[in-house]
Design a protein around this ligand. Structure first.
Ligand SMILES: NC(=O)c1ccc[n+]([C@@H]2O[C@H](COP(=O)([O-])OP(=O)(O)OC[C@H]3O[C@@H](n4cnc5c(N)ncnc54)[C@H](OP(=O)(O)O)[C@@H]3O)[C@@H](O)[C@H]2O)c1
Length: 277
C-alpha cells in the first residue's frame, strides 16, 4: 500500500468476524486503480459498537461498512437514516460528514445493478423471491421500487409475513406453492442459503416456467449454484450473486473516496479468485 499522508481518506468494514469480508479487497483494488490517498481497513469489533463507531468518527474516518452482527444496531447511532435502510430493515453503510452519521443500505442497489448489467428490465414484471432472511428484504424492496409485482415464499411463512408487513404491496405465498407461483413469473430470485457450499440445493422444477424467465441467485459460493446450472441448462437467462456483492460496494466508495468506481472483469476475477481460495 502507498504511504498515507495526513490528508488520507479513511474508511473500513466493522463487524465480527470481518476476516471473511471481501470489502477490503474490493475497496483496496479501487483505491489503487484511482491512485487515491486513502485506506479501507477491516475492523473486528464484537461488542462496544457505539464506542467504536464514535471513536472512528472522532478520528476523522469518512465512514464505514457495517456487517453482522451490527446491521440492526446501526440504526440507533444514525442522525439520518436513508429510505434504503428503512426499507431493507438494516444499515450496511455509514457516512460521516457535517450532517453527522447517515445510514443507508446498498444491497438493493447492488442487486438491481447486477440485473441491469445483464440487460434485465423490470417495470411491470412479475418476480418470485424465495427466502426471508437478511438479503431478501433488500431485494424485495428494490424490486418493488423498480415497479415489479413481487411474491415472496419462505419455508417459515411467518418470516415472509414479517417482511410483507414492512413492505406494502408485497404478496406472500406458501413455500410448498412456489412451483405454481413460478408459472407466470419473469424473474425468480433465490435469497435462501440453499445451494450455498455446505447446504443442500434448492429443489425447484423449472419446466413450468416461461422461456423468458430470468433466474437470479444471490448466493455467490459457489458462483454457479445448482439452481443457476439448472436454469442455464434449460436455456434461461441467469444472474449470479457476485454481481450484487461487487455493485453494493460502489455507493460507499463514492461517498468516502469521491469516485464512482467501475465493476469490471478484472475486479470480478480478483474477488472470484479469493472466493475460490
Ligand atoms: N450477493 C450478495 O451480495 C449477498 C448479500 C446477502 C446475502 N447473500 C447470500 O445469501 C444467502 C442467504 O443469506 P442471508 O443472510 O439472507 O441468510 P439468513 O438471514 O440466514 O436467511 C436464510 C434463509 O434461507 C432459508 N433456508 C435455510 N435453510 C433452508 C432449507 N433447508 N429449506 C428452505 N429454506 C431454507 C431460511 O428460511 P427460514 O426463514 O425458514 O429459516 C431463510 O429464509 C447466503 O448464501 C449469503 O451469502 C449474498
Amino acid at each position: 500500500m502507498a504511504t498515507l499522508t495526513g490528508k488520507a481518506r479513511l474508511a473500513g468494514v466493522l463487524g465480527w468476524p470481518v476476516m471473511h469480508s471481501r470489502s477490503p479487497l474490493m475497496h483496496g483494488f479501487w483505491l489503487k486503480r484511482h491512485g487515491i490517498d486513502g485506506a479501507y481497513i477491516p475492523l473486528p469489533v464484537e461488542r462496544d459498537f457505539e464506542t467504536a463507531v464514535r471513536g472512528l468518527q472522532a478520528a476523522g474516518f469518512r465512514g464505514l461498512n457495517v456487517t453482522k452482527p451490527h446491521k440492526e444496531a446501526a440504526f440507533a447511532i444514525c442522525d439520518t437514516v436513508e429510505p434504503s435502510a428503512l426499507r431493507a430493515g438494516a444499515v450496511n453503510t455509514l457516512v460521516f460528514d457535517g450532517r453527522g452519521i447517515t445510514g443507508s443500505n446498498t444491497d438493493g442497489f447492488g442487486f438491481m445493478a447486477g440485473l441491469a448489467e445483464a440487460g434485465i428490465t423490470l417495470d411491470g414484471a412479475s418476480a418470485l423471491v424465495l427466502g426471508a432472511g437478511g438479503g431478501a428484504r433488500a431485494v424485495c424492496a428494490a424490486l418493488l421500487d423498480a415497479g415489479a409485482i413481487v411474491t415472496l415464499a419462505n419455508r417459515s411463512r411467518h418470516r415472509a409475513e414479517n417482511v410483507a408487513a414492512a413492505l406494502p404491496g408485497l404478496s406472500v405465498t406458501d413455500w410448498e406453492e412456489r412451483e405454481q407461483a413460478l408459472g407466470e413469473c419473469d424473474l425468480l430470485v433465490n435469497t435462501t442459503s440453499l445451494g450455498m457450499a455446505g447446504s443442500e440445493p434448492l429443489t425447484l422444477d423449472l419446466r413450468q416456467a416461461k422461456t423468458s424467465l430470468c433466474v437470479a441467485d444471490i448466493v455467490y459460493v459457489p458462483l454457479e449454484t445448482p439452481l443457476l446450472a439448472q436454469a442455464r441448462a434449460a436455456g434461461l437467462r441467469t444472474v449470479d450473486g457476485l454481481a450484487m456483492l461487487l455493485h453494493q460496494a460502489r455507493p460507499g466508495f463514492k461517498a468516502w473516496f469521491g469516485v464512482d468506481p467501475v465493476v469490471d472483469d478484472e475486479l470480478r476475477r480478483l474477488v472470484l479468485a479469493s472466493l475460490e481460495a
